[in-house]
Write a protein of this length. Structure first.
Length: 265
């Protein structure tokens, strides 16, 4: 039963304070989006992608997009909350989100086995943040491409694209069914595979010889699988004089790429 003041307020036509509104997340929220300014800007600048399917941006971001790319038919001005409703929970979108056709994957034959060239192969590295960081390092150190197993690799959208900060658009990526067969094909094309593991006495510095090299990294839990490691020319470790047992796979990739990028005589 309402109290007397409430009844009096109702008779006088006074409005109660508005209740707090809770915005429900859109049923269309998905991980098919790319979000974050650097990731979206790089995707829009990539001619290998098709026309944007949908592009949501705040007023300020929309102004930046139009200054850089002109008027885009897919561009919709939206507030931060509406953008967030279309994305997975917790996505830090920085005022912009994009749905776009993905770039076509590379073919192994596209990678030219020139002296000093470096490829990365990831054996069941499935964490999007790690793969995104590895792509960023691959771009920074000039790797000619990255090879993933088709069934055990994350999609190049969402958190991965944001972690890569635009490197998804710069580093060619090949997806293969079988990594061992891919290593055989790469060997025929002139590449030498070096697998990274802690179970060897050979340091990475000594394993690298300046020839076209595929650096093969395994998942943090299991490392390289047996058949994949057996298809490597040599297994090598990253020496750690500090005595720590292992590195995060994205950190290991960065160290290995740095070592491989150094000139050798």
């Amino acid at each position: 039963m309402a109290s007397h003041p409430e009844r009096n307020d109702a008779r006088k036509g006074k409005k109660r304070p508005p209740q707090q509104r809770f915005h429900r997340r859109s049923e269309a929220a998905s991980d098919d989006w790319i979000w974050g300014w650097h990731a979206v800007e790089a995707a829009l600048a990539n001619p290998a992608r098709g026309e944007p399917l949908r592009l949501l941006a705040t007023t300020e971001r929309a102004r930046q997009i139009e200054q850089r790319f002109g008027r885009l038919a897919a561009l919709e001005t939206a507030d931060n909350q509406l953008i967030a409703q279309n994305l997975p929970q917790g996505a830090v979108h920085q005022g912009v989100a994009l749905r776009s056709p993905p770039p076509e994957p590379a073919d192994l034959a596209d990678f030219q086995a020139t002296p000093g060239a470096v490829l990365l192969m990831l054996d069941q590295v499935t964490d999007p943040q790690n793969v995104g960081a590895i792509l960023r390092s691959a771009a920074a150190f000039g790797a000619v491409g990255v090879i993933l197993q088709d069934r055990h690799a994350p999609r190049f959208t969402g958190a991965l694209a944001k972690a890569a900060a635009g490197a998804v658009e710069r580093v060619p990526v090949a997806r293969v069914v079988n990594l061992s067969r891919a290593l055989e094909e790469l060997s025929d094309l002139g590449w030498r595979a070096v697998g990274l593991t802690g179970h060897t006495d050979t340091d990475l510095h000594d394993a690298l010889d300046g020839t076209p090299t595929v650096l093969v990294l395994g998942s943090e839990g299991e490392g390289l699988r047996r058949l994949v490691s057996e298809h490597c020319e040599v297994l090598a470790r990253i020496p750690m004089p500090g005595g720590f047992e292992s590195l995060n796979v994205s950190a290991a990739a960065a160290v290995a790429l740095y070592e491989a990028s150094r000139p050798r005589t």
